[in-house]
Design a protein around this ligand. Structure first.
Ligand code: BJW
Length: 228
């Protein structure tokens, strides 16, 4: 049995589902009532900034009503206790991993509680509504857009992720459908480098065949069981 030192964990919307946040592609998916292309592309923001700001402002406000669940808490415990390398790469734009206490974490698709300045390109924390057009704290211009990686944009920290994947002995994917690249390809990168690969999901993901092991069920049960 290979000794595990370096772990990469990829999380998706399914890990936050038991906290009450909708996933993207489920039957109660977030996109119901919104066409993806209406809100999740740079072109859509240019065409209708009011609609896009309203959508993300509502989701940012919803964060105050939800709490991290057992899966977030289990990963935070693993982060605190694991003395090898560990990186939690989340596709989620919520803040539930950090509220559970995770530190070795990056948000590859951006964050609801951040704004990206169209003037100076700086990222800054946002608490209220971007529809109020708050000024950028760096350049003072009222040009903040949601700091969300939309289709056609390059996700954050790809180099750091690729480096971690190259060093990983274990890759765990939790609550993601495997429908969106480049995250959907991480399992193949990790496997190519020799990592053991495990998926935890309610149902087989689109990349299920690439995993050495698939455990099906709710993240709130499967993640604590994996970590303990
Ligand atoms: C549970 C559960 C429970 C439920 N317990 N499980 C053709 C081929 C390949 C690629 C492309 C292509 N055409 C275009 C592309 C690229 C494109 C892409 O992938 N498109 C696809 C539609 C094909 N990708 C991009 O444009 C990306 N950028 C890019 O590729 O740049 C080029 C580049 C990159 C790197 C290197 C070099 C070049 C950017 C993608 C940005 C994605 N953004 C979004 C929207 C954010 C806005 C927002 O939040 O509103 O990010 S899309 C949306 O999907 C969101 C999510 O992070 C992402 C993934 O969704 P996720 O998390 O998997 O959620 P679901 O709902 O799909 O799945 C949930 C799962 O949980 C399900 O399986 C459930 O069963 C499960 N579940 N409850 C456990 N309790």
């Amino acid at each position: 049995m290979m000794r595990i030192r370096n772990i990469v964990i990829l999380t998706g919307a399914g890990i936050s589902a038991e906290s009450g946040l909708a996933t993207f592609r489920g039957s109660d998916g977030l996109w119901e009532g919104h066409r993806v292309e209406d809100v999740a592309t740079p072109g859509a923001f240019v065409a209708d900034p009011h609609l896009v700001h309203s959508f993300y402002d509502a989701r940012r406000a919803q964060l105050a009503e939800v709490e991290p669940n057992k899966a977030h808490e289990a990963l935070a415990r693993l982060d605190a206790e694991w003395d090898g390398e560990l990186l939690i790469v989340t596709q989620n734009v919520d803040d539930l991993h950090e509220r559970a206490g995770a530190k070795r974490l990056l948000h590859m698709h951006g964050e609801l509680k951040s704004g990206l300045c169209l003037g100076c390109g700086e990222r800054s924390p946002v608490e209220g509504a971007l529809l109020d057009y708050p000024p950028c704290p760096h350049c003072e211009q009222k040009m903040l857009r949601p700091d969300i990686v939309w289709f056609g944009e390059i996700p954050y920290e790809m180099e750091r992720i690729e480096t971690a994947l190259m060093r990983a002995d274990l890759f765990v994917s939790i609550g993601t459908s495997g429908a969106v690249y480049p995250a959907a390809g991480f399992v193949q990168s990790a496997k190519y480098r020799g990592a053991r690969t495990i998926e935890l999901n309610l149902e087989p993901s689109q990349g299920s065949i690439f995993f050495d092991e698939s455990r099906m069920g709710p993240a709130g049960e499967l993640v604590p069981a994996l970590v303990e």
